[in-house]
Design a protein around this ligand. Structure first.
Ligand code: RP5
Length: 168
């Protein structure tokens, strides 16, 4: 019997370790929204919901996701653990932590052993925005319309930069 056609699915999964990460990860969602890229956000904690983590990571490709953005703070094991269980590209966003300002998050995410890559972004909002832009760039390799929207987004950013500073 032929397999049922898979329902059209958001191509980008945004996962985060806690509700408290949403203030940062919402910038990834907003950026993807501005580019017209479908996305789905979920809370998946490596430490508090380990079974949910395994189920998500092992099933992400079959669910129809093409790229994963994973954000976490402190002992930020989520991106690396997801990367260890999925063939999809994983972009990691270090969330700024209260105690160590996100340096702990950054080092936890970036120092992966050779063979299990996580594309690690900057700490906080900039990292979340750039993770979304990288995810869009990956998808745009096979989507001309998205490539056009991405180019327009970049041009608008360039156009928004004044040549001289406003002097108060
Ligand atoms: C991590 O612990 C989360 O990614 C979050 O950044 C951090 C703190 O979580 P909460 O205590 O705010 O839930 O797992």
């Amino acid at each position: 019997m032929a397999a049922e056609p898979r329902a059209e699915r958001a191509p980008v999964a945004i996962v985060m370790g806690s509700q408290s990460d949403w203030a940062t990860m919402s910038h990834a969602a907003e950026t993807l929204g501005a580019l017209g890229v479908g996305h789905e956000a979920r809370i998946v904690s490596a430490h508090r919901t380990p079974d949910r983590l395994v189920a998500f990571a092992k099933g992400a490709k079959d669910e129809g996701f093409q790229v994963v953005i994973a954000g976490a703070g402190g002992a930020a094991h989520l991106p690396g653990m997801v990367a260890s269980m999925t063939p999809l590209p994983v972009f990691g966003v270090p969330v700024q932590s209260a105690t160590l300002s996100g340096l702990d998050s950054l080092l936890s995410i970036v120092q992966m052993p050779g063979g299990v890559p996580v594309g690690t972004l900057a700490i906080g909002k900039a990292g979340a925005i750039n993770a979304a832009l990288l995810a869009a760039s990956v998808l745009a390799l096979h989507d001309e319309e998205l490539a056009g929207r991405l180019a327009a987004w970049r041009q608008a950013q360039t156009d928004s930069v004044a040549e001289t500073p406003t002097v108060a």
